[in-house]
Design a binder for this molecule. Sequence first.
Ligand code: KIV
Ligand code: NA
Length: 272
Amino acid sequence: MRRLTIPAIRQRKVDGVTAEPVVMLTAYTARQAQLLDAHCDLLLVGDSLGQVIYGLPSSVPVTLDMMVAHGAAVVRGSWHAAVIVDMPFGTYEQSPQQAFESAARLLKETGCAGVKLEGGVAMAETVNFLIQRGIPVMGHIGLTPQAVNVLGGYGARGRSEAEAAKIIDDAKALSDAGAFSIVVEGVIEPLAVAVTQAVPCPVIGIGGSAQCDGQVLVTEDMLGMFERVPRFVKRYEDIATTISGAAARYAAEVRERSFPGVEQTYQPKAPK
Ligand code: KIV
Ligand code: NA
């Protein structure tokens, strides 16, 4: 199976219509990527790994080194999906040049197909700078978690008309700059639909609308790894219960010395 290309993803949406929705999930490790790859068009090495893998309070402290390490692991573990790596906070906002240096490192050291960065109008010049120099860019607007200290929380965006209009302007600016796709996160449904209709490139929703051109979720959220998740998460499994149940059974068997059993122990070879 040949790996999907960024132009192929972009071409999913033709004259405003996406016949086959774009399927995206996050992946942070090689094995996780192997398991998700065949089912997804895009694998996102999200900076949500800050909270999910590293136990950080937000994505703000995530470093480029972390994204390089996990991005390379996900590329090694996949063969079909296009891999997109998030640009972490503080590695691209200062100037197009800073963004190019960071994004080039992600492409060169991970083998990913493209990068994602947060922001709309303010980032349009940078997005265009990267694309003109060979780096495909996915936008991310609406609830942008790296801006949590400005936004004041993770609540849904676009409830006022002014805020909704600004988010549509953000989408148009990214699209005009050449973004191949845009994630819209945590917005009221009519705004997610309006954003989807406002731009020619595929709009991927998370806390958006089923009418978006595709969907993304954090895999651990979707698997039921965490007790508290945003309203927009659907839990397809209860993996937290599976993991703690397995650990409880293992602990009990170690304490009663019933593990390891005969099948798990080596014995000296029988004499010939
Ligand atoms: O970091 C992340 O996982 C993301 C997705 C939720 C879109 O940016
Ligand atoms: Na992210």
